[in-house]
Design a protein around this ligand. Sequence first.
Ligand code: NAD
Length: 475
Amino acid sequence: MQLTEELIRGVVAEVLAGLRNGKAPAPAAVSPKGNWGVFNNVDDAVAAAGDAQRQFEKRGIDVRARAIDCIRAICFEQRESLGREEFDETRIGRLEHKIDKLIAVAKRIPGVEFLKTNAFSGGNGVALEEFAPFGVIGAITPVTHSLPTLAGNAINMLAAGNAMVVNPHPSAARIACKGVQLFNQAIAREIGIDNLITIIEKPTLESAEGIFNHRGVSLLCVTGGPAVARAALRSPKRAIVAGPGNPPVVVDETADLDNAAKSIVAGASYDNNLLCIGEKEVFVVESVFDELMETLTRHKAVRLSEKEVAALTKAAFVQAEGDPNKLVVNKDLIGQDAAVLAKHAGKSAPSETLMVYGETTAEHPFVDHEQMMPFVPLVRVKDVDEGIALAKKYEHGFRHTSIIHSRNIDTITRMGREMQTTLYIQNGPCTAGLGVGGEGYLSFSIATPTGEGVTTPMTFTRQRRSTSVGSMRVL
Ligand code: NAD
């Protein structure tokens, strides 16, 4: 065997891990080609993740928990610097929320405790249903939360015993690679296995395609907008698709308007409305419309006039390439601060403004499109039924997220049945739907068209049954 620097590094890592845990070191496991998980081609990245996964699978659940703890600790302890690096690279959203999202990864993403076993016991003996790893999972991550999605996926996937290979968004690849290197270094120190998470350093559509079609990849988890969601749904492999949304909000005449205003601003301004679950358009019953418009100003939101909304619309939408009749969101305004949007509208707003808003018609581009910026259109409707019907229309059948502010339990129930969205939030901000200010747990990948919902370690398992005929029942 040739003694390379990496081999020596791996052996030292294992010995240290063994000493720290008072156990014998695990077998050698360092990929000859990677740079702590960063690769320049798909074949090498998949091969290294495959090697790592085969070793990982042989170790116990406690080893998985220790690997996950490394990811959590890095996200928490280095949240300020990593959050800033993501913000500096992408230039979208708000720095405080980049940091906040890393805390959420550390504290709220479920790990090995979510795995379960089903048991059947009867006259014929015992059967156990257990949830096994798939192997190597291919992950595509968005620019809107690059490291949080990668880290959250990694916690879920490693908890289930898998390894992963990531094709990050090209505009957020540097921070994704940095995270992968930190995670692998810490995991190798802790359990002696490198490359449980591998990543393509310079991702392209071709490298995404390469992962989609690779024989060494058993499952895909794709988080992103309509184009990548469609591509994943067409792929020959099973894909868990966390696709786009355009979450509508309905406010009826029974709502607590102060809570509705506070919640809309909190949700729609979070990371400058980059969240796929964020409030994107609001349908308000006429009798409380003016009062809600006024109430929003008490929560650091600035109202735009009709003329100002028109000016902002001109800046916020551009013609689609090759189709002069189609508008698309201007990328330059995505995730920008509310005060910047106000400037485009021809208005001066204080820098601490969280959201800008204005009255529009239902047919307005800001209602129709997932704008991903903290301008929220409010549409006047004659009654709550019209509001629910428009909410359904402009959610576009994504079945992603919808929100209502109402104290009428029948209305709340009716809208839930009508919308059929994966997340349905009542009387709170969108973030409550992911356990932040509401109950439940968090994931940055909410599988919508494929139906797995808010992903957990169980999402990344395959079911296996072991049957013992006539024995093992000890009753
Ligand atoms: P995006 O679709 O531009 O990119 C997402 C990822 O897909 C990137 O890694 C990108 O490089 C890749 N990609 C794009 N087109 C592709 C193709 N044809 N083939 C292969 N890969 C391709 O999205 P974004 O701007 O990074 O993220 C925002 C979008 O993602 C929004 O639509 C938002 O709703 C959605 N999103 C959904 C969830 C969810 O949990 N459902 C979470 C976050 C973001």
